[in-house]
Design a protein around this ligand. Structure first.
Ligand code: ATP
Length: 294
């Protein structure tokens, strides 16, 4: 693993493989995966449960050391050893924040919102007094759409809704001014309207603060919504089966697995759903008869 910078991409996963040894034998959770994410970009990693998304996310955020391959940030390997690399790894861990799918499990139930958000600010010496911490926490709460901030400061996690807890988890990630947020199914436990609201908020953050996102989901509809200005990687059995600009992949999927995922996306408009179904059946019939569909 080189200790020299390579390319300009912010985050690069280079031929990553992760093998777990279990009592039932070897599990190849991630198999030769390469991904790139530039500064302020969005990349959606989509696949069904067990396809290897979370394992990839953990490797991308430095929480798990892969069996093989390299992870680079700003062109430097974060897997290298040595003093300089250790320092760089520390910077990387601050620059890349992981937001877990279940904020209830990751937020301390005994701390109120002010304590949850001010602790990292103090730990990283980003504020020098309690009043400065209050100001910054209020700013963070506004950034994640929790207003007026004073209402939320004394609340404990159990006193908030699932969507509000997710926003606190995002605000906590923002305390250290990250360049990239890895959101692992960050909205899967919420209703669709709440998920859409949260994804719009994340889009605002991306545009206003230039934060990049690696968004992990099983839901292609959400990936299309959040990742329309970026790329999508479709994962199946630990491998990337399709990778490219989100809208292009969705409009013209090449891989059968991506096509199957797309077919599983519910179409809210019944007329459109019927027309799509008819078009699919016509295409299938044409394929079987060898005559191209009109
Ligand atoms: N620590 C581990 N030890 C053994 N096997 C593991 C471990 N972590 C993950 N796996 C296995 O690796 C495969 C991929 O799991 P992973 O959690 O990455 O998938 P996923 O796509 O994120 O699924 P989900 O959406 O359900 O979280 C699965 O077969 C899983 O059982």
């Amino acid at each position: 693993m080189a200790d020299e910078p390579s390319t300009g991409s912010a985050l690069e996963l280079d031929h990553i493989t992760q093998v777990f040894h279990t009592r039932r034998g070897e599990v190849r959770a991630v198999d030769d995966v390469s991904l790139r994410l530039g500064r302020g970009e969005v990349l959606c990693l989509v696949g069904q449960s067990g396809s290897g998304k979370s394992t990839t996310a953990k490797i991308a955020s430095g929480l798990l050391h892969p069996t093989a391959g390299d992870v680079r940030f700003d062109g430097y390997s974060i897997l290298s050893r040595g003093r300089e690399s250790k320092k760089r790894f520390k910077e990387f861990r601050r620059a890349v924040q992981y937001v877990h799918q279940d904020p209830y499990a990751s937020l301390n139930p005994t701390q109120d919102v002010f304590s949850i958000l001010s602790a990292p600010l103090r730990r990283h010496r980003l504020v020098s007094s309690r009043s400065e911490a209050k100001e910054r926490v209020a700013e963070l709460l506004s950034q994640v759409g929790l207003t007026p901030p004073e209402t939320f400061l004394p609340k404990f996690p159990h006193q908030m809704s699932g969507g509000q807890r997710q926003r606190i988890a995002v605000a906590r990630a923002l305390t250290v001014q990250p360049r990239l947020i890895i959101a692992d199914e960050a909205t899967s436990m919420l209703d669709v309207s709440i998920r859409i609201g949260l994804l719009s908020m994340l889009t605002e953050l991306r545009k206003n603060l230039g934060v990049g996102f690696l968004y992990i989901t099983h839901d292609l509809a959400m990936a299309k919504y959040f990742g329309r200005e970026g790329n999508i990687a479709v994962m199946h059995h630990g491998r990337i089966v399709e990778y490219g600009p989100t809208l292009e992949v969705i409009a013209n999927p090449q891989d059968d697995y991506t096509k199957a995922l797309l077919e599983a996306v519910p179409e809210p408009d019944p007329d459109l759903a019927r027309r799509k179904r008819e078009a699919r059946l016509a295409a299938r019939a044409a394929q079987q008869s060898g005559v191209p569909a009109a």
